[in-house]
Design a binder for this molecule. Structure first.
Ligand code: EPU
Length: 336
């Protein structure tokens, strides 16, 4: 473990924003993590894969890059296994590991950027599946008491892109490992998300395997989401807003083509991508940053943009959506 001074965080955030970190440490063992926390740093920034943050200024806090590694089967049952994964493992590499072993449950979450340890914080989700569906527990260390604690699924209080680590316990714990329950045989596939079924039909696959579902998800994602290794981005920049049924009726009168999903009797989810697209932002570029041309929910850095540029654009979008639809868009990405 070496402390580095004044390094660029550009390689450590998928938006590719070039800001300076005055103190940076890469953590590759639990002991290292405890040692560094024992120095009682006043201000900390924990980095996983850097895939859900927009850095708008230089970072004075001590940056901890969690690089803990290891994947192991800790229990086997008749039709399932429990797999423990260290926080610093790359998410998609974990999905590939599972597919190689023929363990089912994470295939719909293929190609999501980021690391395993940050996945529970926002309960990552895609194509009808969320992390919580396979989650058993996670272990986390309290940054002040340095106590290791196991959190059960109930204790994590998962919601749509939400958990206790984003709410009551925000900034208090660092997740060190996660345990998943995965199926061994009789995988229960979730292909009812429209685009997956269509993709499988296109490839003439009638009885899909978990590997086929993963391939379909990868094809769909590649067709509309930019690869952060090529174009800087953080996936969905905003959450999909939920509005009341009465408000939805008013909007539907005004915009008959409005996309929507029923959440409950009085709650309707509207795709933020549709709102931003309809507000005219899709594909708009402003020099070296803009709104992705195939998915309006994704803001992109073509190279050299600052976090402030992207933040300003996101605020312009929020203003326009508020003005046109009277809907408040909440960011999914953490702004730092
Ligand atoms: N739409 C448009 N224009 C756009 C984009 C979307 O009109 O530019 C409309 C389309 O009609 C589409 C609907 O919005 O039917 C929904 O779009 P899509 O299916 O692409 O999904 P999403 O709601 O935009 C969510 C997640 C994604 C996840 C996909 C697939 C959120 C905020 N985003 O996007 O997650 O991959 O569903 O399950 O919930 C992420 O979190 O980084 C992420 C990419």
């Amino acid at each position: 473990m070496t402390l580095k001074n004044n390094i660029s965080l550009k390689p450590f955030n998928t938006f590719g924003i070039d800001v300076n970190a005055s103190k940076f440490v890469s953590i590759d063992s639990l002991q290292n993590l405890k040692d560094i926390l024992n120095t009682n740093p006043v201000d900390l920034l924990t980095l996983g894969g850097g895939s859900n943050m927009l850095l708008t200024k230089d970072v004075e806090a001590l940056v901890l890059q969690i690089n803990l590694k290891g994947i192991s089967v800790i229990s086997s049952f008749k039709n399932s296994v429990h797999v423990e994964v260290a926080a610093g493992e790359n998410w998609h590499e974990l999905v590939c590991w599972c597919l190689n072993k023929d363990f089912g449950g994470l295939e719909n979450l293929s190609l999501i950027p980021g690391n395993v340890g940050t996945a529970p914080i926002q309960n990552i989700g895609a194509y009808g599946v969320e992390l919580k569906d396979s989650f058993i527990s996670c272990e986390a260390i309290h940054i002040h008491t340095k106590e290791l604690r196991t959190f059960t699924k109930e204790e994590c209080n998962f919601g749509y892109r939400n958990s206790i680590f984003k709410q009551e316990l925000k900034g208090q714990y660092i997740i060190t490992s996660v345990v998943f329950e995965l199926s061994r045989y009789d995988h229960s596939l979730k292909t009812n998300y429209g685009a997956i079924e269509a993709e499988l039909q296109n490839s003439a696959i009638e009885t899909p395997t978990i590997q086929d579902v993963s391939k379909a998800v990868i094809a769909i994602r590649n067709s509309k989401l930019p690869d952060p290794k090529i174009i800087g981005n953080s996936g969905s920049f905003f959450k999909n807003p939920v509005i009341s049924y009465s408000k939805f009726e008013v909007l539907q009168n005004q915009f008959p083509q409005i996309q929507h999903y029923k959440v409950s009797v009085d709650a309707i989810k509207i795709p933020a991508g549709w709102l931003i697209d309809t507000a005219g932002f899709k594909g708009k570029t402003f020099g070296n940053f803009g709104v992705h041309s195939k998915q309006a929910l994704v803001l992109v850095n073509y190279g050299g943009a600052s976090g402030k540029d992207i933040l300003n654009l996101s605020q312009q979008i929020q203003k326009a959506v508020k003005y046109i639809f009277d809907i408040d868009l909440e960011t999914e990405v953490n702004i730092l």
